[in-house]
Design a protein around this ligand. Structure first.
Ligand SMILES: Cc1cc2nc3c(=O)[nH]c(=O)nc-3n(C[C@H](O)[C@H](O)[C@H](O)COP(=O)(O)OP(=O)(O)OC[C@H]3O[C@@H](n4cnc5c(N)ncnc54)[C@H](O)[C@@H]3O)c2cc1C
Length: 282
């Protein structure tokens, strides 16, 4: 039988992690427990339960950021006033994760560590340029999310480290923004393609700053910095929107799977950008 370690504070958490280097961090368990059952991973690795560690829970405001504890559930994120004020797209994306029972258990840290290209919190986090705080017993380091996630299921997390907090810039909510998830049904669906867009407009309707991120169309969430730059200062007419969609469909590298073909994802990725930009013109 597998042992379950239940630390009640940060100090105890890292002491146990040092003593049991192969321990598997358990947050909500909505990915890990499914994986353990599927892969029949050996019982020798204990589960290291994060739920009792208060320092990993909750959301607070700092001078320039809001900090979300890695073990904060999506149910909490959806209703949190700070998230709604500073990162409404994250709340919107969280609303599309699983159903209520999943959201009551699933955490943002678990979603990031799973590093699935279809992880629904990831496009808003890339777009907001979230910083991931990584802690071990002796040190803390911070990495942009795009450097933390290196491939499907792959991160730069080292032995003895955990994700401790997610840091988001304050005040991004005053921009035009949108999150869309295309799935095979409205809830309890893994995304076929998802999109987060964020734009600041000049008074003449041209773009001052733009950020876009797509999920499920590449090995990791995709941003296209060249396109974001190209749109700056340009009037948003039909021709430039068509051109942008063309660049997107040539930049993505989706796969075909049981949910959709690569070609479908390629087309939808462009259409999601078109819908967002046309909405801005309107
Ligand atoms: C029915 C169902 C529906 C789902 N629907 C969606 C969906 O619509 N969209 C979506 O994106 N996902 C979905 N998921 C996947 C899952 O719910 C999410 O990825 C969730 O955020 C995982 O969080 P968790 O707390 O349950 O992680 P866990 O399962 O506890 O952990 C996941 C992985 O992260 C590691 N881990 C957890 N916390 C930390 C930490 N702080 N530091 C380092 N490593 C850590 C664990 O060791 C494990 O490897 C669904 C899952 C189920 C079962």
């Amino acid at each position: 039988m597998r042992a379950v370690l239940t630390p009640s504070c940060r100090e105890e958490l890292f002491t146990l992690l040092e003593r049991h280097p192969g321990a598997l961090p358990l947050a909500g368990g909505t990915d890990l427990l499914v994986r353990l059952r599927r892969q029949a991973l050996q019982d020798e690795h204990p589960l290291l339960c994060l739920a009792g560690v208060a320092e990993l829970q909750g959301i607070c405001e700092q001078e320039t950021t809001i900090a979300i504890g890695a073990a904060t559930t999506f149910s909490r994120i959806i209703t949190d006033p700070l998230v709604l004020r500073h990162a409404p797209l994250l709340a919107r994306a969280a609303q599309t994760i699983g159903g209520p029972a999943v959201r009551n258990m699933a955490t943002i840290g678990g979603n990031i560590r799973t590093a699935s290209p279809a992880g629904d919190s990831l496009p808003p986090l890339y777009m907001l340029e979230a910083q991931i705080e990584i802690a071990s017993r002796r040190a803390t380091r911070v990495l942009p999310i795009g450097e933390f996630i290196t491939g499907p299921g792959q991160t730069t997390l080292r032995d003895g480290e955990l994700i401790s907090r997610i840091l988001l810039p304050r005040g991004a909510s005053s921009h035009c923004q949108s999150f869309e998830k295309i799935g095979r049904r409205r809830s309890m669906a893994i995304s076929v393609t998802s999109f987060a867009g964020w734009v600041r407009l000049c008074s003449d309707g041209s773009i001052e700053e733009a950020r876009f991120a797509w999920g499920s169309v590449a090995p990791t969430v995709l941003r296209i910095p060249a396109l974001e730059k190209e749109l700056v200062g340009v009037p948003l007419d039909a021709a430039i929107i068509r051109h942008a969609a063309h660049i997107v469909s040539h930049s993505v590298s989706p796969i075909s799977d049981i949910r959709a073909t690569a070609q479908y994802r390629r087309i939808v990725a462009g259409k999601l950008l078109v819908r967002f930009l046309e909405g801005l013109r309107g």
